[in-house]
Every structure is written in structure tokens, then in C-alpha cells.
Design a protein around this ligand. Structure first.
Ligand code: FRU
Length: 577
């Protein structure tokens, strides 16, 4: 290959080539105010981001009106990565206007340390030289920690899964997305779909911030009988608008969740309590009512409705139950059959090993009130790792399945994990159920069959960066995954103490946050016969095959673990199909 072509392809790989920036005119009007005039046929403006900077405020102006507002950490000294601003979509928001010009009106934040240290004049910021237009966005999966069989955002930050539903053979996953950077900001519902819960396709952003605020977490239901009047089979999404206060709003889709129209009479629920968010809706057959559960500070509020629009307060749940060491968030209410119910309550902070985690309550529900079956305040955790949060289930899943998806991170360090163009993944899908042990009810957690089926049935002799390891345990089983740098994760099952532990203190890169290197330990509620261990580049998820224990942890080995040692047990390794 000639040198020029080599350089060109390197530049292309690094995402540094766009169309010429001659179609962007820069005017620095003051130290804190810059205007960019973009006159282009291209699909995107690629905004250069430098993560250590603080946010600048961009207003996109089209034909004298603001069509979008966003916060971006524009590059001052160097570019960490680019984020796409879809100018084709923005230009189309005013149909009668044929002009290709949009203005980016930028309030530059000069407060942050990185700027003042560099003492660069605003006009010299790298962003103005490196901003460019492009018809494509970089979607290659090249980062070394990007998982192979877990859902990740194609670019940008992700936290909670939102609006999960299943319809006509397709699983829909919306997620808390920052389309303009790999830090939490500009909360928007990103949208991905899958037919097997393992391979996901990004469908674009579905619900964007508006005058009420940014779009926080929530749920979606398939309105089969047209209760809301938007049409049979319409998908109705409920989310929290986070602006001056947190309010519950709704939006509906008549194209199977691809695009949403916001309901004209939003908001549908308000409160004078500042933490009031993450509405989750279920159908309760006996009373023929929809039930909405929403978290408010440290308890849950339940409402009911016949038409999915007008909601009547039913009851509160939470005082005196479970952990109150943090704010209650992202609820779910699950009918486990035989009169047994599980109320899911994510909490941050207050997790068993610090930061965020998922607690739950078992009990009964009569359409009006959830009654916990335990008097004690003992907390039940759905997962005993450090990276399992905001877990909720899919609406309308086939055969009454309760398929749950966690956000695989922890608020303590989610913004510092060593990835770049994207941040965070979801855990593998899990099927939830109910079991009793010594007279107490628990929620069982098993890898969904789709996750098991992602692997070959033929075992191989060695560990690969993305594989499943099944281990038949004995009374004490120690499993160690390691690499040539002696970075390792040690997992210990001890039948006598009925515990399982995972030690990631020497797992590789751990120093990005003092809360990351930990040993997590779970009660196993009886014996474990078989452990199923899912390894994928930067995560290890361990399940008791019988569903009594789950543990989800991130790891960042500087090279993939390629050695497996099992002491007191028998392991089989299955490669990804
Ligand atoms: C949970 C959470 C939710 C909120 C969302 C905002 O992780 O704090 O309560 O809706 O994240 O992104």
C-alpha cells in the first residue's frame, strides 16, 4: 500500500475524515460566545469532544428559531472522539424552509479548569478547527473493552434501560442516552431492537428533551385493546420529564416504537417532592385496570387507570421496609403466579458493596396495594455483584416470561470506566421467577435461554475473551481467570458457609476509582450444583444454574484472561457461536 493510502486509511479508521470544513463558518463573537454557520448537504456535523472540559451550551438555530439545545464538552486542546449532530433531521423540522443552513449558537464555558490552565483564547480552541461535516458516523466496534454479546450504545453515554417491550417477535430496548458525549448529559431515549436478546441494532434516538426537561427513565406498554385511543397495538411510553421539577409524561407510537408523539396534555402526574420518577406500568387483569408504580424519594406510589391517561392514587409502599440508605428508583411490579408478587426497587446509594444495587420485596398485590410478606427490614438483593442497576422487565414478553435487563455499572464510577466512544453495557437478559427457601420467598434469577443459546454446544479447551464457562461445583470450588500479566479474578464457592464470592481487586485496571477494587460475596441459599459464568471482554456474570444467586461485575484486564484454573470442580468452556 502506498504511504498516502496508508495515511488516508489510518485517518479514516480514526474517524478523522469528514467532508471539508469549508461548509462551516466560524465567528468568535466574544470570549464566551461563538457562532458557527453550517451550510451543507451532509447528514451530520461531527462535534469534537474533549472529556476533561466542562459543558458548553449549543443552541441549533434554523430560520430564526431554536430547533434543539444540547450540552457538549467541546474540544479545547485535543479531540477524544467525535459525536454526530444530525443536521438533516434538524433542517427538516421546518418543512417549508428549503435553506440548508443551520446556526450553532454556542455559549462557551470558560469556568472549567482545563480551559483556564491552557489559557487559550476561545478563538484558538481545537473545536473550531476540527469540527467537520460528514455523511457517515463511525460505528465500528473497535474499543478493546466493548463487549461482543452485550448491548452497548453505538456511541455516547448510556445508563438505565427504559421502555422495554416485546411485540411481533421483536424486543425493544430504549435506554438513557447522551447522544452528544460519553458522560451523563442531555438525557434522551436511545432505541435498539433485537430478535434474540443478544444481537442488537441501534434504531436512533426515539424521545428527545423538550420544554418540560430532559427525558429520564420510564416504561412502555403495548395497548392491545386501544384503551388510550391512539389505536390498537399502539406503544405507549411513560417517562419522567426532568426540568424545574420531575413530572411523569407520556408519548405514543403507532409505528411499533420507531417514532413517538408526545401526548398533548402532558404532564400526567406531578408532585412537590423533588425525587419523583421512573414510572412503570403493568396491566392488572382482575380489576381491568392499568397500574402505575413510580418512585418518590424513598417509597413507591401506586396509581390506577382505565384509559392510560387519567390516574387515580391507590397507595404508598415502602416505609419501614428494606434499605433506605439511598433514593428509591426504577420500580417494577411482577406477578409471579400463585398469588405471589415481587416489587423491584433499585436504590442508589446503599448497595451491599456500596453505590447502586437492586433490592426487591416479595408479597401480594390486589390491584390497589402491595403487601410485603415479611415484617423484618432484611434486604433482599436481586444480584450480589457491584454492577447491576436500574433493572426492570419487558412488557408483553411471550408466555408470561419476566425477562429483566440490568444496566451493568454503578453510579460510583460509571463515568470513569476506561472506555471512550461509548460508556456502559447492559447485563445479559435474565428470566426472573419465584422460589422459597426455609419458608422465605425470593426472586430467582436465571440467564435467559437466548443468552445460553448464543454459545456453541460444543465445549472448547481454552478460554476466549467472550465465552461461557459451566462449572460443576464440589464442597469448595475455586475458579481463577487470569492472563500473562497475572491479572486475575478469583471466584470461590463454599458449600459449608453457603457463600459465593468474586474478588476483582487484582483484575486489571482498577485504579480509576477507589470504589472499584472489591470482593463481592453472596449467600447461596442452599447448595449450588452448577455455576454458569458469562465472560465478555469487560464483564463477568455468574449465576447459580438453579437461579438462587446471581453476581454481575465489571472487570478491565489489560489483556483478555486466557487461563482458567479450577480447584475442586469441573469446568467446560463454550465459545460464542
Ligand atoms: C437511575 C436514574 C433514574 C433516572 C435516570 C436519569 O439510574 O437516576 O432514577 O430517571 O437515572 O438518567
Amino acid at each position: 500500500m502506498c504511504i498516502r493510502r496508508l495515511i488516508m486509511s489510518l485517518l479514516l479508521m480514526s474517524g478523522f475524515i469528514g467532508l471539508t470544513a469549508q461548509d462551516i463558518e466560524v465567528s468568535t463573537l466574544s470570549d464566551s460566545y461563538v457562532m458557527l454557520r453550517v451550510s451543507s448537504d451532509a447528514h451530520y456535523v461531527l462535534l469534537p469532544v474533549e472529556e476533561s472540559q466542562s459543558n458548553d451550551r449549543i443552541r441549533v438555530i434554523k430560520n430564526n428559531g431554536v430547533v434543539e439545545e444540547l450540552n457538549v464538552r467541546l474540544a479545547v486542546n485535543k479531540v477524544d472522539y467525535y459525536v454526530p449532530l444530525d443536521i438533516r433531521r434538524l433542517a427538516a423540522t421546518q418543512r417549508d424552509d428549503k435553506s440548508k443552513t443551520v446556526l450553532l449558537d454556542i455559549i462557551v464555558n470558560r469556568e472549567n479548569t482545563a480551559n483556564s490552565a491552557s489559557k487559550l483564547a476561545t478563538s484558538d480552541f481545537a473545536a473550531w478547527k476540527l469540527i467537520k461535516t460528514s455523511n457517515t458516523i463511525e460505528t465500528d466496534n473497535r474499543e478493546k473493552f466493548r463487549p461482543l454479546y452485550h448491548h452497548t450504545p453505538v456511541y455516547g453515554w448510556m445508563n438505565d434501560p427504559n421502555g422495554l417491550f416485546y411485540k411481533d417477535g421483536v424486543w425493544h430496548l430504549y435506554f438513557q442516552h447522551n447522544p452528544y458525549g460519553s458522560q451523563w448529559e442531555n438525557m434522551t431515549w436511545g432505541h435498539s431492537t433485537s430478535t434474540d436478546l443478544v444481537n442488537w441494532k441501534f434504531e436512533g434516538d426515539a424521545i428527545r428533551p423538550d420544554a418540560f426537561g430532559t427525558i429520564f427513565s420510564g416504561s412502555a406498554v403495548v395497548d392491545k385493546d386501544n384503551a388510550a385511543g391512539f389505536g390498537r397495538g399502539a406503544v405507549i411510553a411513560y417517562y419522567t420529564s426532568a426540568g424545574k421539577s420531575q413530572m411523569q409524561c407520556m408519548a405514543y407510537s403507532t409505528d411499533d416504537g420507531k417514532t413517538f408523539t408526545k401526548y398533548e396534555d402532558n404532564p400526567i402526574l406531578v408532585s412537590d417532592i423533588p425525587d419523583f420518577r421512573d414510572p412503570h406500568i403493568i396491566w392488572y387483569k382482575p380489576t381491568k385496570r392499568w397500574v402505575l408504580i413510580v418512585s418518590e424519594k424513598q417509597h413507591m406510589k401506586l396509581f390506577s387507570s382505565k384509559n392510560l391517561k387519567d390516574w387515580t392514587f391507590e397507595s404508598d409502599f415502602g416505609e419501614g421496609y428494606g434499605s433506605h440508605a439511598g433514593v428509591w428508583e426504577c420500580p417494577d411490579l411482577l406477578d409471579m403466579g400463585n398469588g405471589k408478587w415481587v416489587l423491584v426497587c433499585n436504590i442508589n446509594p446503599g448497595g451491599p458493596f456500596g453505590g447502586s444495587a437492586t433490592q426487591y420485596f416479595t408479597g401480594t398485590f390486589d390491584g390497589h396495594k402491595f403487601t410485603c410478606d415479611a415484617d423484618s427490614v432484611a434486604t433482599k438483593w436481586m444480584d450480589w455483584g457491584k454492577d447491576h442497576y436500574a433493572t426492570v422487565t419487558f412488557d408483553n414478553a411471550p408466555n408470561g416470561r419476566k425477562v429483566a435487563l440490568p444496566w451493568m455499572s454503578n453510579w460510583q464510577y460509571a463515568s470513569q470506566v476506561p472506555t471512550k466512544q461509548y460508556r456502559s453495557a447492559n447485563g445479559i437478559p435474565r428470566d426472573l421467577g419465584y422460589f422459597e427457601y426455609k419458608g422465605t420467598g425470593y426472586c430467582s434469577v436465571k440467564p435467559s435461554p437466548e443468552a445460553i443459546m448464543a454459545f456453541s454446544q460444543k465445549a472448547q479447551s481454552h478460554v476466549t475473551p467472550a465465552c461461557r464457562i459451566d462449572v460443576q461445583t464440589r464442597s469448595r470450588t475455586v475458579i481463577t481467570l487470569s492472563n500473562s500479566k497475572d491479572e486475575r479474578v478469583t471466584m470461590t464457592y463454599d458449600a459449608k458457609s453457603e457463600t459465593f464470592a468474586m474478588d476483582r481487586t487484582k483484575s486489571g485496571q482498577t485504579d480509576f476509582n477507589a470504589n472499584f477494587p472489591v470482593l463481592t460475596k453472596a449467600p447461596t441459599l442452599g447448595k449450588i450444583k452448577m455455576l454458569q459464568i458469562f465472560v465478555d471482554k469487560s464483564s463477568i456474570e455468574v449465576f447459580d444454574a438453579d437461579g438462587k444467586m446471581a453476581m454481575t461485575n465489571l472487570v478491565f484486564p489489560s489483556e483478555p484472561y486466557n487461563r482458567l484454573a479450577v480447584n475442586g470442580g469441573k469446568a467446560k468452556v463454550y465459545p460464542l457461536k
